[in-house]
Design a protein around this ligand. Sequence first.
Ligand code: AMP
Length: 172
Amino acid sequence: METLKSVIRDIPDFPKEGIIFKDITPLLSNPVSFKKVIDTLKTRYKDNRIDQVVGVEARGFVFASALAYALDCGVVMVRKPGKLPYKTFQETYSLEYGEDSVEIHQDAFKKGQNVVIIDDVLATGGTLAACIDLVNKNFEVNLIEVGFLIELDFLKGRQKLGNVSIYSIMHF
Ligand code: AMP
């Protein structure tokens, strides 16, 4: 775990003052640490008969697609508005200033499928709360868990995610 933490780089005041951004690019470019992350997630979900791994734009895609390959299942993309070409469901959530939305294709899942949502960082939890609603309100699937590479404990994001199971590889 300490080895994985050592390849996360803190960038102060990015993208704005007061935020310490967790830069995952050193982890991604290190083959040992990237493999370790995907193997950890694979071990966690290999017995859940996962049908679809949901990746959240954009860094979530990197982990979701590698995990889906490892689990022999599909990938579903949750994207920012206007990016998905087919009919979508949309969920809007509040930001510090204003609001944002996430979208998913209306045919993303089949009824009864087992689904895990993956993103890089659980910060305030707003994005993931919207993703969870997007899945649970519009589809009859089993949301097994939401998985993160990093959880920023001090932001208490997990309190926003309701009673869904949450797993984070690293805590800061
Ligand atoms: P949030 O909705 O606050 O949980 O965060 C939404 C997204 O912003 C996360 O999926 C991260 O990709 C990104 N993010 C937020 N805060 C940070 C941070 N301190 N370092 C890196 N990424 C962050």
